[in-house]
Write a protein of this length. Structure first.
Lengths: 181, 972
């Protein structure tokens, strides 16, 4: 049975053209065709998230058709894990840890530094859609290097506000990795 | 149960079958364990923990959930009734659930039938240690049928699971995780754009008022309802359901379905659940209407009867014709037949089965001795090893049967072969989908038989004992080598081999049973895709040959199952509403049969019944046009949409001297009538329906008829009485009493017996998904043949288990020929007519009076492949003119990926674009069934649709078109 795809209201805003390059996704799916469909689902979603920065609904419908997994199940999995995103993400993601160790050793100052530098608070993105600031919802497990910052999957320890500003500048100039590379 | 397991619950000893869960064991011990997420048909889920019980182990009393704890021999368990600790645990769970639940019972439609409400009352939840400010959600419309108020949710997951496991639609999802979990469709889309079938089962299983039917949202309070158990009158599955009528208003407010009640076991489809609104409709006919000076005027019943009486005596014999219906009861069909044969001395009576399964009647009556479906749906569900589903889109024609079968396919991995040129829903569930070239069915079945014989997979023992004519038939198969079959049907040779082996072995790789010499059971299930052909009889013969060849008749999980179309199509045929058969399929040509019937009716044989077969459905209209047939009596049927050659029907209706139409509504046909009699609806009378499985089950009166409408049986009985018939019928059971004497298959059918369920064993999911535990289920009705006493007293679930009731006592192989059809021209398309959606039923007289069904299937659409869309330069929603050699109509097009190029598919009976105005006039000479599935047509693009909705009557009546000088009326 043909699936009809409807775009969620909010995802339309972030992707006004609504067009997605399918070639990368089909290449990913190609690699999993011999897998058990249920086992392939999560790694496939991870790769798609990595490639596109989020999980576009069209691609879940494609997976559903090709691997014969109900669309609802894919949607359930994609929303169950907080790592998967349904909306297009800004280019770079800054994660601040506010765990006990980091908190006592100045994550507040780091927060303020980002606020001053980029004008964004937790959960907000810069108007040019370059940076997003988020509070890490888990401990990085490196409390001896407090306070910790993660920018685009790279971890930085003993970060001072000055160093963070420097890191942000570097990232903006293309020195860092893109958040979904 | 031989291998019973003994458990003690609250000091009550109970013995249960192996694989039973504690919750079911407690139920059989008469103890109710409150729960939210347990369902007897679904895998245990353990989400709500509400069924916590104490189980004694060597370490003392431990807590376990009864829904997922399998009974072990000697197990001792305590529920809250006898154990304070268990009660405390359950109270804590209740507190947790009530943290966010709004307790807005006074405005909740589930109030009075809510598990949470009951539990809150039961545990006296007056305070909550975890109280905080409650979350609150707006209600959200998931589709035109279903809405959700998420703050009432207890996240039991029954809705998601019922959709996955029992319906197979996979339309609902758990979104997010932990406390943030909620229920939604994938990506929050409208459910009608998902695989949702709007069956409403998610709402039915919701233990609280979270999911709601839009239609029932404000429909009265639970405790003001009067419940009447009855049988559904849409499709031929014959689901057992309850009408819930509000006592003070006298209106039917909702329909409910009950677990454990035969046939459907609480499953429902969208039509059964929502499609009752026509009963309360304001445009019901409420008084007899007589045509006077081309106007309908209301008259009294007395007047109507005397007019009708004089007309009936005026037009006897060949001048009279009658058409019965699959929507009226057995009793009414029988009386109409009696009126036609006994009073009018004519055999001109037919029913709409002519267009669907007449080929089965003709072919199987001769070949096997009985023409009905051989097995039952529950039996196919529990025992079949392979389904061979051909020419049927079960999800559209018999949805609940489709749900039950897909459930088994999921659980037992039943090998499924689907033969269909279209990718129907079942194709996706199938292990093998044979995309056959339209019209080559007989060739395919012959080719499969050829392979089975060559590979020595046939049941020689069975054939030697019970079947004759193998040698001659085998000779006729010689030409159907796999290569030639492949060439004709367009199916690859290796797929033919796989299908033949799978079918013959009762699932791939099945082993032959040493003692019986048979493989596991395989069931053939077929629909109108097999019968609506000029060689429909051959197609059925070829299918029956396959079943005989493999010994798949007369045993569990096998058989030859032709699925009927309407609720009582089977019953209408059983009661002799066929021009060539008397009640009980006695041929009219048989002098003894006629004499016996006359003796029953008049006390002696008086040669009133003619020996020659009467006119079929369409032949009656032909005779009417030629002036031989002068009066027609049409009950519950609308030939002007439901016939085959609609132009012919109209010409016939115009020429009739006197037309009587007995119906609920002013139908298209009724507009031609001279006398219209208002009939009572399905909820307003008593009677019986016979479903596709030969199951006779009761329909019961739930509400009063509107105005002066009368039940059909009452009208017919009054007419017979006025005409001097000796029999007097005071109530429908009197008629059934007569049927049971007249009809050899209905021998022991009595209302009191139908009301008394006996029960039978079925299987429900055990600890793991594919392990099943036997469970008892209430029997619904009786399956004919029934006898008053003896072996068949309780009916016959499986036909032919004691041999074939033919003259020779053996079944017969019959050579089946494949028809050769003209290929479509270069600019033509093959038009196939059938059911396209689960939302519409026949002419829509009932289904289109309900907004849910109308929203699902609002208008007819011609489905075309993407290739054909490009070929004719069309885009979705364009209006095209479709013209055949016989007529033309306008219809909207819809692109689909489910069809091959060169095939167009459209619904049959929409009044906006009735397919039968176009279809080929070629019929099967043996049955008169038209070739609905093959009409070469031309397409012409007219315009894009502006409003999005096709105008009523487009193409058939004067229409509004855009012209250069503004809007003008154009007359074709």
């Amino acid at each position: 049975m043909a699936l009809s795809i409807t775009r969620g209201g909010s995802s339309e805003g972030s992707n006004p053209g609504g067009s997605i390059e399918l070639a990368k996704a089909t290449a990913i799916m190609e690699r999993y065709t011999t897998w058990n469909a249920n086992e392939a689902l999560i790694p496939m979603l991870q790769e798609i998230q990595h490639e596109y920065g989020y999980i576009p609904d069209v691609l879940t419908a494609l997976i559903s058709e090709q691997f014969d997994i109900p669309l609802t199940q894919i949607y359930g999995v994609a929303t169950f894990y907080s790592d998967f995103r349904a909306l297009e993400q800004p280019e770079h993601r800054i994660l601040l840890c506010e765990g006990l160790a980091c908190y006592v050793c100045g994550s507040q100052q780091l927060h303020r530094a980002v606020k001053d530098k980029l004008g964004i608070d937790y959960g907000e993105a810069t108007p040019d859609n370059k940076f997003i600031l988020e509070r890490a919802n888990f401990c990085f497990g490196a409390c001896q290097l407090m306070p910790m910052v993660e920018i685009d999957h790279t971890f930085y320890g003993n970060v001072t506000p000055e160093k963070l500003v420097e890191l942000i500048d570097q990232t903006a100039q293309g020195g860092g990795h893109s958040s979904h590379e | 149960m031989a291998d019973g397991i003994k458990v003690t619950i609250d000091d009550i000893d109970v013995t249960v079958p192996k694989g039973t869960f504690l919750i079911q064991a407690a139920k059989s011990a008469g103890i109710y364990i409150s729960n939210f997420c347990a369902h007897p048909d679904m895998r245990p889920f353990g989400a709500c923990r509400m069924c916590t019980v104490g189980v004694v182990s060597k370490w003392g009393l431990g807590f376990d959930i009864a829904c997922a704890t399998e009974c072990k021999d000697g197990m001792v368990a305590f529920t809250e009734n006898s154990n304070e600790e268990v009660r405390e645990v359950k109270k804590f769970i209740m507190e947790s659930l009530l943290v966010d639940h709004p307790l807005d019972c006074p405005i909740c439609p589930a109030s009075g039938a809510c598990d949470l409400q009951n539990a809150t009352w039961h545990y006296g939840m007056t305070e909550n240690r975890m109280a905080r400010e409650k979350q609150w959600f707006e209600q959200d419309y998931l589709s035109p049928a279903i809405l959700i108020k998420r703050d009432r949710c207890v996240v039991c997951g029954q809705c998601v699971r019922v959709c996955d496991e029992l319906i197979g639609a996979h339309a609902l999802a758990f979104v997010n995780r932990g406390i943030a979990t909620y229920i939604d469709s994938a990506w929050g889309s409208d459910l009608t754009k998902s695989p949702c079938t709007s069956c409403g089962m998610c709402v039915e299983v919701c233990p609280v008022g979270c999911l709601m039917h839009v239609q029932y949202e404000n429909n009265g309070l639970q405790w003001t309802m009067k419940r009447t158990p009855t049988t559904c009158n849409y499709c031929a599955v014959g689901c057992q359901m309850n009408f819930e009528a509000e006592v003070n208003t006298g209106l039917i407010e909702k329909v409910t379905f009950h677990e454990g009640t035969g046939v459907n076991d609480a499953r429902s489809c969208v039509k059964g659940r929502y499609g009752y609104q026509y009963i309360n409709s304001r445009d019901r006919l409420v008084s007899p209407l007589l045509r006077k000076d081309n106007q309908f005027v209301e008259i009294s019943w007395n007047e109507a009867y005397s007019i009708l009486n004089s007309r009936l005596s005026q037009y006897k014999g060949d001048q009279f014709g009658a058409i019965a219906s699959g929507k009226i009861t057995n009793e009414e069909n029988y009386l109409l037949q009696k009126l036609t044969r006994g009073l009018q001395q004519s055999n001109n009576i037919d029913s709409p089965i002519r267009f669907t399964q007449a080929a089965s009647v003709v072919a199987l009556q001769d070949q096997l001795g009985i023409s009905a479906m051989t097995n039952t749906i529950q039996d196919l569900k529990d025992y079949a090893g392979c389904y061979f589903i051909t020419g049927a889109d079960l999800d559209a024609t018999a949805p609940v049967m489709a749900y039950l079968l897909q459930e088994t396919i999921q659980r037992r991995k039943v090998a499924t072969i689907v033969v269909n040129p279209r990718r129907v829903v079942f194709s996706d569930r199938a292990t093998l989908w044979l995309q056959i070239r339209p019209g080559t069915d007989a060739a395919l079945y012959n080719g499969l038989a050829h392979i089975i014989l060559n590979e020595n997979l046939h049941a020689s023992g069975f054939i030697d004992a019970k079947v004759e004519g193998l040698a001659e038939w085998q000779a006729s198969l010689a030409e159907w080598t796999p290569e030639r079959t492949s060439q004709v049907t367009g199916i690859a040779v290796d797929l033919l081999f796989e299908a033949a082996r799978t079918y013959a072995q009762g699932g791939a790789g099945g082993k032959r049973d040493e003692t019986s010499g048979l493989f596991g059971p395989s069931a053939i299930i077929y629909g109108t895709g097999v019968t609506q052909w000029s060689n429909g009889v051959d197609n059925v013969h070829a299918l029956a040959n396959l079943a005989l060849l493999t010994g798949n008749l007369g045993r569990e999980g096998a058989g030859l199952n032709g699925v009927r179309d309407s609720a009582n199509d089977q019953g209408a045929a059983d009661q002799g509403c066929l021009p060539d058969y008397l009640p009980g399929y006695v041929p009219v040509s048989s002098p003894e049969g006629r004499a016996a019937l006359e003796t029953h009716w008049f006390g002696h044989a008086n040669n009133r019944i003619p020996a020659a077969p009467g006119l079929t459905y369409m032949d009656q209209f032909k005779a009417a046009e030629q002036g031989q047939l002068k009066m027609m009596y049409i009950v519950g049927e609308n030939p002007l949409l439901a016939g085959s050659d609609l132009q012919q029907v109209q010409r016939g209706l115009e020429k009739l001297d006197f037309l009587v139409v007995q119906d609920l509504f002013m139908t298209e046909t009724a507009r031609f009538a001279d006398l219209i009699l208002p009939a009572s609806g399905h909820a307003e009378k008593d009677g019986t329906f016979t479903n596709t499985e030969r199951r006779v089950s009761r329909i019961r009166k739930a509400v009063a008829s509107p105005g002066f409408a009368r039940p059909d049986w009452k009208i017919l009985a009054d007419l017979l009485e006025r005409a001097g018939s000796p029999a007097v019928y005071k109530k429908p059971s009197d008629i059934m009493e007569e049927i049971s004497r007249v009809n050899r298959y209905y021998g022991g059918v009595r209302y009191e017996k139908l009301d008394r369920g006996r029960g039978y064993e079925t299987y429900k999911p055990g600890l793991v998904y594919n392990r099943m535990a036997p469970m008892r289920m209430e029997r619904a009705g009786l399956q004919w043949p029934v006898s008053a006493d003896g072996a068949q007293e309780d009916g016959t679930a499986i036909l032919f288990s004691a041999g074939f009731p033919t003259a020779s006592g053996k079944a017969r192989f019959v050579a089946a020929t494949s028809a050769v059809r003209d290929l479509p021209g270069a600019d033509e398309l093959i038009l196939c007519v059938g059911r396209t959606s689960w939302g519409n039923d026949r002419t829509g007289g009932m289904s289109r009076r309900n907004y849910v069904l109308d929203a699902i299937d609002p208008e007819p659409e011609l489905e075309l492949s993407l290739g054909d869309m490009v070929r004719w330069g069309l885009s979705q929603g364009d209006i095209v003119r479709v013209s055949s050699a016989r007529g033309a109509l306008e219809i909207k097009v819809k692109a689909t990926v489910n069809q091959p190029d060169g095939l167009g598919y459209m619904p049959w009976m929409f009044r906006e674009a009735p397919g039968a105005a176009l279809t080929s006039t070629v019929t099967d000479p043996r049955t008169g069934t038209p070739e609905f599935k093959y009409t070469p047509v031309k397409l012409e693009r007219l315009r894009a649709s502006v409003s999005g909705i096709l105008q009523a009557g487009a193409g058939l009546i004067p229409e509004m078109v855009e012209g250069p000088g503004g809007t003008a009326t154009a007359v074709r």
